[in-house]
Design a protein around this ligand. Structure first.
Ligand SMILES: Nc1ncnc2c1ncn2[C@@H]1O[C@@H]2COP(=O)(O)O[C@H]3[C@@H](O)[C@H](n4cnc5c(N)ncnc54)O[C@@H]3COP(=O)(O)O[C@H]2[C@H]1O
Ligand SMILES: Nc1ncnc2c1ncn2[C@@H]1O[C@@H]2COP(=O)(O)O[C@H]3[C@@H](O)[C@H](n4cnc5c(N)ncnc54)O[C@@H]3COP(=O)(O)O[C@H]2[C@H]1O
Lengths: 141, 141
């Protein structure tokens, strides 16, 4: 019965593990962060501190908003500003033990949700794609 | 029974209608396209021609990739290049009559999918968020 399986799947089973997740460090200049984002191809990635604890997320939107001046994009600001000044700290976060249902609720308004342990160490990310693939499997059972 | 309802919901019921969709025109300079993307807050939007037919999509990633030179971001290219030169034309497309299942399959690898009629006129976009909200409803029935 499809619904039984939904409660057995945990976020830890579906997440992309930390070693495969592109991220930036909190003290990087915005120019480095934008380079990581453009080269990895991702719109937004997690931000970690030097001990690999999760701090927040940063994306192209946030960075480009920072440099959008009144007349033009002020690209010189990219080398003077740091990730720490602009990152988004108001982010949902789950543990590996959270259920698929909690994961589904979390990704309704977020393309990905960070996963961390109770000390705040970064474990990985749960993406909408992973949730959609799992729900598609469940529809056929 | 949840599964019966899934086949009754059509893409046209879930899509964001064209008048609410931010888009750019095929002959806009990249600078204008980037401004629309930054001000609307969207990572990528549809590209239409002057008759409102769907041509493709464009996003921050594509634009920033174009201006990423060997040593720095070559921002001056934004005013000389046009959307037409860089847009992504290889995109999935659905009609309003497509089923939720077809919509789910299409968004597994795309944050949004364009919807157009058989003449190619733009009708709207189907987003992952709309699919996820619908699937969540179905899980509870
Ligand atoms: N290199 C690639 N290969 C294949 N498909 C790709 C791809 N890059 C992007 N996509 C596709 O585009 C979707 C949106 O990517 P975006 O970078 O905006 O948004 C991504 C990005 O912000 C983040 N993300 C995903 N994988 C990541 C990773 N390995 N490291 C860091 N962030 C990641 O999670 C968001 C949602 O990812 P999701 O997989 O649901 O959805 C992805 C995926 O379906
Ligand atoms: N102004 C806003 N208000 C509230 N939430 C916002 C928002 N902008 C973005 N989001 C949230 O962030 C997700 C990713 O947005 P993104 O711009 O990368 O990716 C978007 C964007 O590329 C496109 N899109 C969505 N609505 C659009 C619109 N009205 N016009 C043009 N493109 C749109 O479809 C993608 C997936 O959208 P989806 O709704 O599934 O997922 C959205 C939504 O959950």
């Amino acid at each position: 019965q499809g619904n039984m399986q939904l409660t057995e799947v945990l976020v830890g089973d579906l997440m992309i593990s930390s070693e495969k997740v592109a991220h930036v460090q909190i003290n990087n200049p915005l120019e480095h962060a934008l380079l990581v984002l453009v080269k990895s191809g991702y719109s937004a990635v997690p931000v970690l501190d030097s001990t690999y604890k999760l701090v927040g997320t940063i994306g192209k939107t946030i960075i480009l908003n920072q440099i959008l001046g009144l007349e033009r994009f002020e690209f010189e600001k990219l080398s003077t500003m740091r990730v720490q000044e602009v990152l988004n700290e108001d982010i949902p976060c789950l543990t590996k033990e959270a259920t698929l249902m909690e994961g589904l609720n979390a990704v309704i308004n977020h393309p990905f949700v960070c996963v961390a342990d109770k000390e705040g160490y970064f474990d990985g990310i749960l993406t909408r794609r992973a949730i959609l693939k799992q729900l598609k499997k469940n529809i056929y059972t």
